[in-house]
Write a protein that binds this ligand. Structure first.
Ligand code: MG
Length: 299
């Protein structure tokens, strides 16, 4: 089961779900469920982020709501006919935190070692871009690279959480492309400047298309990932090659920073990061999480 945020023909935001027999408008199914249960004061659910912040985003919730409604009315009239215009699954995260050099071969391809403890940096929520949105390369910025990564979306407040309890704080998983202005990043590193600009341009954080509940992902540390540019394979790896695994990432970050529902953690990219240019079509695939597709153009 996979959930997504999308816009109707009339530009109305909605939550969609993909289950065995197709895609459905979950926002409307939820309204039926509220009527059936007499939950008159329950809020409408138009954004996945709202569900996550209410700590209501879970496989069991979707299953229960859909099954309850299906038992008393057919769902044919709320079936979604693709294609739909996707929104980012989480549109206004309080934080997007990223791991640097969390795959050994990627660190080595840039002449670096895997660090002793995680390198954590931030991307800006203004750089988020939905599935099918266009990555815009600013004039004169030099080389810009793709970076496919598994993104973890936090579902519960976590402060000083132990690694063995950290997975309980995960709402779900999606795909992120940590687009990076590489020339600028390298020159900023030489000057001992932070990476904020080179990682933070508008459209440099494609995210989606789906948010998959944690309970629907059997093992987030065994997912094949592949990024293609114009159908040519550029990055191919498995999340099992992550140096610091997800529970330790969450434990480490939460020692210093309180994680909140809706926060996004980008878990690092494997080797094969290469330049993109205007006209390219980027397709980032992770097992079970779908394909995040974005075209590249000049700004
Ligand atoms: Mg990265």
């Amino acid at each position: 089961m996979r959930a997504f945020s999308f816009f109707t023909d009339k530009d109305e935001p909605r939550i969609g779900i993909e289950i065995q027999d197709g895609c459905y408008d979950f926002t409307t199914i939820w309204e039926f469920f509220k009527d059936f249960k007499g939950f008159r004061h329950a809020p409408s659910l138009n954004f996945l982020q709202v569900m996550v912040e209410m700590e209501y985003f879970a496989l069991d919730t979707f299953t229960e709501v859909v099954q309850t409604v299906r038992d008393f009315r057919p769902l044919e009239d709320v079936r979604i006919r693709k294609p739909v215009r996707f929104d980012v699954p989480i549109s206004r995260p309080q934080k997007i935190l990223c791991l640097g050099r969390n795959y050994r071969a990627h660190a080595e391809e840039w002449g670096s070692q895997v660090p002793d403890e995680p390198i954590v940096f931030a991307k800006l929520s203004s750089s988020l871009l939905p599935h099918e949105g266009i990555v815009r390369i600013p004039d004169g910025v030099g080389r810009v690279d793709h970076e496919i990564e598994l993104a973890v979306v936090i579902g519960k407040k976590a402060s000083r959480i132990a690694a063995n309890a950290a997975m309980e704080a995960v709402a779900g998983y999606t795909i992120v492309n940590d687009v990076t202005a590489r020339d600028l990043q390298l020159s900023d590193m030489k000057k001992r400047h932070p990476w904020t600009l080179s990682k933070g341009f508008d459209t440099f954080c494609p995210l989606g298309p789906y948010l998959v509940p944690a309970a629907a992902v059997v093992d987030p540390h065994n997912l094949k990932m592949e990024l293609q540019v114009n159908s040519e394979s550029r990055q191919r790896a498995n999340t099992r090659d992550m140096v610091v695994p997800i529970p330790e990432i969450i434990a480490f970050i939460s020692r210093h920073i309180t994680l909140l529902p809706g926060d996004i953690i980008c878990t690092g990219t494997p080797e094969g990061t290469l330049p993109i240019q205007s006209g390219d079509l980027i397709e980032a695939t992770i097992d079970g999480l779908g394909v995040l597709r974005n075209r590249v153009a000049a700004a």
